[in-house]
Write a protein that binds this ligand. Structure first.
Ligand code: NAP
Ligand code: GCO
Length: 267
C-alpha cells in the first residue's frame, strides 16, 4: 500500500533544466520511483554528460534540448516527447536563472530575461502539456518557486518578481485545471547548495553566515531535499494537494531570526 502511493511506473515525467542541481535531484528520484524521465536543458553537451550520472544511479533518461522560453522550441519538444516517449504525466518546471543586480543598475532587458525564463517559460511549458493531461483527466504540474516567492531581498528584484508571480500562476493553474483531475503545486526551496548559489556559499562569505544563522536547521539544503518534495507532489499521496507551495527551506521562512547572545527570555 505505502509503496504503491509513490510508485510512478508507467508515468512520463519531464524535468526542465534537469542536467544538474535541483532538477537532477528531482529527475533522479522520479526515475527511481519508476517514471520514464525526460530531461531538458538548453545545451546538448550538458544533456549528454548528465545521462551517465543518471545511469550510474540506475535511471535511464531521455534527453531533449530546447529553450523553455521559446514557445516554438517548447511546442516541437513536447510533440517529440509525446511521439517518442508518451504524453507527459508529470511536469517539473525547474529551469531557471538568477541575476543579482541592484534595480538601478539592472538593464531592463536583463530584468525581462529573468522573468521570461523564471515565469513566462513555466507558463509556456505548462500550457503546452496541460491539454493532454486535461483530456486524460490526470496530471501533475510542479513549478519550482522559491522562498523569494514571498520574501524580497536586495539585488534579486527580477528573480523575486518572477518567483512571486510563479506562486500566483501556480494557484491560477490550480483554479482552472483542478476540476479536470490535475494537481498543480509549487516547491519553494530555501537556500540549497547548487551551482546557482555557489557564488554566495563560500565559507566566510557574509551571505553564507546569514543563511546559516537565519536557517533554523542551521545548514544549507541539498538538492535531494527538494527532490523528495517533488516525489511527494508527483505521487498519489498528494492527489488532494492543489495550488500550494511546499517550502523546503529548513525553517527559514518561519524564522524572524536572532542574533548571537540575545537575551529575550526576560519577563
Ligand atoms: P542551476 O544550478 O542554475 O540550474 C538551473 C537549470 O536550468 C540548469 O540546468 C540550466 O541549464 C537550466 N536552464 C536555464 N535556462 C534555461 C532555458 N532557457 N531553457 C532550458 N533550461 C534552462 O539552478 P538550481 O539551483 O538547480 O535551481 C533550479 C531551480 O530551483 C531554479 O528554478 C531556481 O530558481 C530554483 N531555486 C533554487 C534555489 C537554490 O537555492 N539553489 C532556491 C530556490 C529556488 P544550463 O546549466 O545549461 O544553463
Ligand atoms: C539569492 C539566492 C536565492 C536562492 C533561492 C532562495 O541570491 O538570494 O540565490 O535566490 O536561489 O531562490 O529560495
Amino acid at each position: 500500500m505505502i509503496n504503491e502511493l509513490f510508485d510512478l511506473k508507467g508515468k512520463v515525467a519531464l524535468v526542465t533544466g534537469g542536467t544538474h542541481g535541483i532538477g537532477m535531484a528531482c529527475g533522479m528520484l522520479l526515475g527511481k520511483a519508476g517514471a520514464k524521465v525526460v530531461i531538458n536543458d538548453i545545451f546538448e553537451d550538458k544533456l549528454e554528460a548528465c545521462k551517465e550520472e543518471y545511469a550510474k544511479e540506475g535511471v535511464d533518461v531521455y534527453t531533449l534540448t530546447f529553450n523553455v522560453a521559446k514557445e516554438d522550441e517548447v511546442d516541437a519538444g513536447i510533440s517529440q516527447i509525446e511521439k517518442e516517449v508518451g504524453p507527459v504525466d508529470i511536469l517539473v518546471n525547474n529551469a531557471g536563472i538568477i541575476k543579482r543586480v541592484p534595480i538601478l543598475d539592472m538593464p531592463t532587458e536583463e530584468f525581462r530575461e529573468v522573468v521570461d525564463i523564471d515565469l513566462v517559460a513555466p507558463f509556456i511549458v505548462a500550457k503546452r502539456v496541460a491539454p493532454s493531461m486535461i483530456e486524460r483527466r490526470q496530471g501533475k504540474i510542479i513549478n519550482m518557486c522559491s522562498m523569494m516567492s514571498v520574501y524580497g531581498r536586495q539585488n534579486v528584484s527580477a528573480y523575486a518578481a518572477a518567483k512571486g508571480g510563479l506562486k500566483l500562476l501556480t494557484q491560477n493553474m490550480c483554479c482552472e485545471w483542478a476540476k479536470y483531475g490535475l494537481q498543480v503545486n509549487g516547491i519553494g526551496p530555501g537556500y540549497i547548495a547548487t551551482a546557482q548559489t555557489a557564488p554566495i556559499r563560500v565559507n566566510g562569505h557574509p551571505f553564507n553566515n546569514l543563511v546559516m544563522t537565519r536557517t533554523p536547521a542551521n545548514r544549507w539544503g541539498e538538492p535531494e531535499d527538494v527532490g523528495k518534495a517533488a516525489l511527494f507532489l508527483a505521487s498519489k499521496a498528494a492527489d488532494f494537494v492543489n495550488g500550494q507551495v511546499l517550502y523546503v527551506d529548513g525553517g527559514i521562512i518561519a524564522n524572524f531570526g536572532y542574533v548571537e547572545g540575545e537575551n529575550t527570555n526576560v519577563e
